[in-house]
Structures are given as C-alpha cells and as structure tokens.
Design a protein around this ligand. Structure first.
Ligand SMILES: [Zn+2]
Length: 95
C-alpha cells in the first residue's frame, strides 16, 4: 500500500473525488473496506480499501485517495508524517 502512495497525486485525486461528490459508505461485512457509488456508471458500486479498488482505473485511483483521506485513521497509516514535504494541501487542491 505504501509503495504506490504518492502524496501530491493523492491530494489531486482526493480533490477530484470531492468535485464529483463521491462518498464512502460502510462495507456491510468488511470493516477495512468501504463502498463508493460510481458517478460515471450509475448503479455501479466499487469496493475500495487501502490496498485496492474494484474500479477499472486500477492502481491508485480517486476512490483510494478518498478512502485514504476520509477513512478514520487511514491517512496516518498510508503516510508517514515524517516523510511529508512542506506542502500546503489546500494549494495542491486548487493547482
Ligand atoms: Zn477506484
């Protein structure tokens, strides 16, 4: 999970997820995963967790960015705060 996590990319993808109004819902049986309803494909629900997402994008997608930011405690798990550059996330979102 840490291998393909890139802070700047994650911030951009998270901004995109918010623009699209994507929301996480609790997974009915897996506490380490969440459900996201696709905006592009109504009726489609992706299962997203720290390690993977079932959407067609593959790799680190906006759903995983959303998960990383919004799932309680997840950001601290995917990012070692000591490795963060001195970036202002707000500036990254508007860039
Ligand atoms: Zn995805």
């Amino acid at each position: 999970m840490k291998n393909d996590f890139e802070w700047h990319r994650c911030v951009r993808l998270f901004a995109k997820a918010n623009e699209e109004g994507l929301r996480l819902d609790k997974h009915p049986t897996d506490p380490t995963a969440a459900l996201v309803r696709s905006k592009q494909h109504p009726g489609t629900i992706y299962v997203v967790s720290a390690e993977r997402c079932t959407c067609p994008a593959g790799g680190f997608c906006k759903h995983r960015a959303l998960f990383a930011f919004e799932w309680p405690g997840m950001l601290l798990q995917v990012v070692d705060p000591a490795t963060l550059p001195g970036v202002e996330p707000v500036e990254e979102i508007t860039a």
